[in-house]
Design a binder for this molecule. Structure first.
Ligand SMILES: [Fe+2]
Length: 287
């Protein structure tokens, strides 16, 4: 499957669909067709250990626990802010693309970002993948189909035990919080500040079920705690991990934005559906 897509961009051809709030993060809560090929080998980083314990106990009820999110968020480098034309003309989006391929295929601006990110990699994981989108927002547009507080790279589980609990997918939050295997590591860049992701900027403890079907309950609890947060600065590369709460927000004004994320992970990701064509769609609240 294609992990990158080169295409000219314009305001007229920017894909826009109605905002539903239903997901569009990796690990979306929407049901999806069963895969024809065998699943990728399970690595410790993604092992749903509380679900495995739960299945072993034959328990009927999902237990709760105190989930303590350290909320790592640090700005590690700030590049010069590109012009709107530079962003619009950069031309290539990426989805789970190996870093070497992305460096070879990227437009000039994205390549500069990736070269800066490469210097900051920790090198403790088996693979490095790149996601990148070039999007044009009107004021009020959202870059993904959700504005919930969430974490990236959650441990998702599917299958008979999950289905017996009435869900198609469960996020094993306890395993992510308590597993000895470290979470994926992220470097993220946003070219501009008019649609800046928000990151919780203090440690936060949230009482949560060990297994959650989506991020709705987590989002409600985080909002009730009203934590301090920071916005991703323009042209900055920030570091966070799988225990960093963050959320997308609606654009404050119109304009182009380049978003680039580099993930270090032990997973071997092979796309089995071509999602690159719709990567970069923006979500608009109507009515
Ligand atoms: Fe995210």
């Amino acid at each position: 499957m294609k992990t990158f897509l080169r295409q000219p961009r314009s305001i007229e051809t920017q894909k826009v669909v109605p905002f539903t709030g239903e997901g569009a993060y990796h690990g979306s809560t929407k049901p999806r067709p069963r895969r024809a090929e065998p699943p990728a080998p399970l690595v410790d980083e993604m092992r749903p250990s509380s679900l495995e314990r739960f299945a072993g106990r034959g328990a009927a009820k999902i237990a709760e626990f105190d989930a303590r999110f350290p909320n790592l968020f640090e700005t590690i480098r700030t590049l010069s802010v590109p012009s709107q034309d530079e962003i619009a003309q950069d031309g290539v989006s990426f989805c789970w693309c190996p870093l070497d391929t992305a460096l070879r295929e990227a437009g000039p601006l994205t390549r500069k970002v990736l070269e800066a990110m490469r210097e900051q990699l920790e090198g403790s994981k088996r693979a490095v993948y790149v996601d990148a989108k070039i999007q044009y927002f009107e004021a009020g547009d959202v870059p993904v189909d959700s504005q919930l507080w969430h974490v990236d790279g959650s441990i998702t589980a599917r299958g008979p035990t999950v289905e017996s609990l009435g869900h198609s997918v469960l996020h094993d939050m306890r395993a992510r919080l308590e597993s000895p295997a470290t979470s994926p590591k992220y470097l993220v860049y946003q070219s501009s500040e008019h649609c800046a992701t928000q990151y919780v900027a203090q440690p936060l403890t949230v009482r949560l079920p060990e297994l959650i079907p989506n991020f709705d309950g987590l989002d409600q609890k985080v909002r009730a705690l009203d934590p301090k947060y920071q916005r991703q600065p323009a042209a900055a590369i920030v570091r966070f991990d799988g225990l960093s709460l963050h959320r997308a927000v609606a654009a404050k004004s119109a304009g182009w934005r380049l978003w680039v994320r580099c993930v270090e992970t032990d997973r071997h990701v092979q796309l089995n559906a071509s999602i690159i064509e719709c990567y970069g769609t923006v979500f608009r609240t109507v009515g």
